[in-house]
Design a protein around this ligand. Structure first.
Ligand code: NDP
Ligand code: MG
Length: 391
């Protein structure tokens, strides 16, 4: 049996979400390798308590401070420390006993705890792509400075990472990020004007949290992933391309300078990239269903429809502009998605609201950390005011 100290000690930020719960499934199937040190949630106290009683972490954090007493009371006899609030979330990642922090929380809220974890020398299993979109330059530089590895959890980036194993010295010519195209692939602008929240929340291939599901429907998710890939793999914008692959079997592709292409494939299941990130460099056994060629006699590819799904080009534009532009794109998009989920704006207003913020928040070429907080706030304010015109 593996000794406690030889196991990987993991903090899961956002353990009650889609990625967080699947990460706990992976850990439950591999208790000889992994120990849960920290679990956190924003407001789902009931599930956080249930997870804490089952996995016995060192501590838990509930973001919503009004739920502190509920969590504390439920865990008083379980020898689990309980904290609440944003600052506690940023502090717990520094705990000595943690080896790796899985950032499975959603949005800009991931930035601060990720930076604190890197500064404390913790390796990062990164699901929270928004952190790299907002401040990729700063975060990757910090990771180099503190000799911290960032292991991608996003399936496309995990695919690229897996294709690069053994190729560290070989230059990449190009990468292709695959996109399912989401639930509205093939729809015209006129049809997109009428789509509902319920339709947008039904992704054909993946079962994910609400925010990323809407981002997948608008193709903003792919745009965010393009920026995420730029920073993770230190690429130039022109080295990144997107191809729609509706079956979601090929998770992404690397093309090397000799023209050879490597792709990683398998049935769509986020548990695989989660497991690869936390077990790296080992591949451990998993009983996930295996791909069967006969069930997929044809794998198809097409160009994304950039005219109807404008978010993709807005993200490319933000990447080309650089500086605080991706941060503004992200902040405005978070507000636009929230308003769409509240049924206050229509689907086609998402890119309009984002574009408005990109054109109105002042550009900063070389932002420092404080600039990101200010640009995010300005983008949110701009997006909220732009959306008022649509209500
Ligand atoms: P979910 O919405 O399912 O879960 C989000 C988690 O973060 C929950 O535990 C939630 O707590 C917590 N949380 C929400 N807001 C805050 C906040 N402001 N501060 C602290 N914690 C917060 O999201 P997903 O699991 O779908 O996504 C998580 C991240 O992973 C995102 O960045 C997403 O883009 C990325 N990702 C997700 C994939 C997927 O398949 N789901 C695939 C690839 C990437 P509570 O439950 O209490 O609200
Ligand atoms: Mg992805």
């Amino acid at each position: 049996m593996t000794k406690e100290k030889d196991k990987r000690h993991i903090a899961i930020l956002g353990s009650t979400g889609s990625i967080g719960t699947q990460a706990l499934d992976v850990i439950a199937a591999n208790t000889e390798r992994f120990v849960v040190e920290v679990l956190t949630a924003q407001s789902n106290a009931v599930l956080l308590i249930e997870q804490a009683l089952r996995f016995k972490p060192n501590c838990v954090v509930i973001g919503d401070e009004s739920k502190f007493a509920q969590v504390k009371d439920a865990l008083w006899s379980a020898d689990v420390k309980v904290y609440a609030g944003k600052e506690a979330l940023a502090q717990v990642v520094e705990m000595e006993s943690i080896d790796i922090v899985l950032t499975a929380l959603v949005g800009f809220a991931g930035l601060e705890p990720t930076i604190r974890a890197i500064k404390a020398g913790k390796h990062i299993a990164l699901a929270n792509k928004e952190t790299l979109v907002v401040a990729g330059e700063l975060v990757t530089a910090l990771a180099r400075q503190h000799a911290v590895n960032i292991y991608p959890v996003d399936s496309e980036h995990s695919a690229i990472f897996q294709c690069l194993a053994g190729e560290w010295n070989n230059p990449i010519e190009k990468i292709y990020l695959t996109a399912s195209g989401g639930p509205f692939r093939g729809r015209s602008i006129e049809e997109l004007a009428k789509v509902t929240k319920a339709q947008a929340l039904k992704h054909p291939n993946w079962d994910m949290g609400a925010k990323i599901t809407i981002d997948s429907a608008s193709l903003m998710n792919k745009g965010l992933e393009v920026i995420e890939a730029k920073w993770l793999f230190q690429l130039k914008p022109e080295q990144i391309d997107v191809i729609v692959h509706p079956q979601s079997i090929i998770h992404s592709i690397v093309q090397f300078t000799d023209g050879s292409m490597k792709a990683q494939m398998g049935l769509p299941d986020m548990k695989l990239p989660i497991q690869y990130a936390i077990a790296y460099p080992e591949r451990i056994y998993a009983d996930f269903p295996r791909f069967n060629f006969m069930n997929y006699p044809s794998l198809t590819f097409e160009q994304p429809d950039r005219k109807s799904f404008r978010c993709l080009d807005l993200a490319f534009e933000a990447m080309h502009r650089g500086g605080n532009a991706p941060c503004v794109l992200n902040g405005a998009n978070e507000i636009a998605v929230k308003l769409f989920l509240e049924e206050k704006i229509g689907f086609l207003q998402i890119p309009e609201v984002v574009e408005h913020a990109m054109n109105s928040v002042p550009f900063i070429e070389k932002p420092v950390l404080q600039d990101y907080f200010e640009s995010d706030a300005a983008a949110r304010a701009s997006a909220a005011s732009a959306s008022l015109g649509h209500r």
